[in-house]
Design a protein around this ligand. Structure first.
Ligand code: F6R
Length: 240
């Protein structure tokens, strides 16, 4: 596992360049994407590079990590909405090649097909991850099996509290989600994880230094052959 420390602007730019490299080498690359606050600057940098003609996403396929159960894709806190607003509407991607798990309707069917669809597309070439303050990656909360594939899960109180900042009231935060599993994530050829701020310091310690344990789901990344962790000084503070 490689670790790169820098301010948010710098680490976001470095991650965007990693994505650009992958897509410029393989125009039909498969990208694994995350939502949340952490990747926002990366997505802005990718949109800028696309506008400048430095990269094209026309042939790219994407798979997102997760979605809240109960939210329509048109809900402004759904992850489909987030992806459209923060990336897909600003790049030359064909939206029918963008996959975000469903949270309503026959969402279980799509969830059960998801790992097969990723494999059929050729597997994920590069996966971006954020990290929860409890050490979750995607919505794989503490206690999730390392061999898990895409599944439905219950969010921890801590995650609900963390994510309530984006809702009008904590009672509006969904309590369940569908998520790629830890094995689904580990199957990606290359992984980049971004973490900033003091709130992530404990999880980042578990990620880099902690024992590999299902109590700290992110710790499994220590076993990935090509995983780079991008952190700011605050998120890195306990490791130092
Ligand atoms: C989102 C996701 C989550 C977030 C994590 C951190 O698709 O998979 O694991 O990456 O909850 O969220 P932020 O970046 O908002 O701190």
């Amino acid at each position: 596992m490689k670790v790169i420390v820098g301010n948010e602007e710098k680490i976001s730019a470095l991650i965007a360049e990693e994505f650009i490299k992958v897509v410029n080498k393989k125009e039909n690359a498969v990208l694994g994407l995350a939502t949340g606050t952490s990747p926002l600057k990366v997505y802005a940098d990718l949109a800028k590079a696309n506008k400048e003609g430095r990269v094209s996403f026309k042939k790219v396929t994407t798979f997102n990590l997760d979605e809240y159960v109960g939210l329509e894709g048109t809900h402004n806190q759904s992850y489909r909405y987030f992806m459209n607003e923060n990336l897909f509407n600003h790049i030359d991607i064909d939206k029918k090649n963008t996959n975000v798990l469903l949270g309503v309707g026959d969402y279980k069917k799509f969830m059960n097909e998801y790992d097969g669809l990723i494999a059929k597309a050729g597997g994920i070439d590069i996966q971006i991850l954020g990290i929860g303050s409890d050490g979750h990656i995607a919505f794989n909360e503490p206690g999730t099996a390392f061999d898990s594939l895409t599944h439905e899960t219950e969010l921890t109180e801590q995650t609900i509290r963390d994510n309530s900042r984006l809702f009008n009231d904590i009672s509006e935060v969904p309590t369940r989600a569908v998520t790629m599993g830890l094995k689904s994530i580990m199957n990606a050829r290359k992984i980049v994880l971004i973490a900033t701020g003091k709130n992530k310091a404990k999880a980042v310690y578990g990620l880099i230094k902690g024992p590999i344990s299902e109590d700290m789901p992110c710790s499994i990344l220590q076993k990935h052959p090509d995983c780079t962790v991008y952190v700011d000084e605050e998120a890195y503070s306990l490791v130092k």
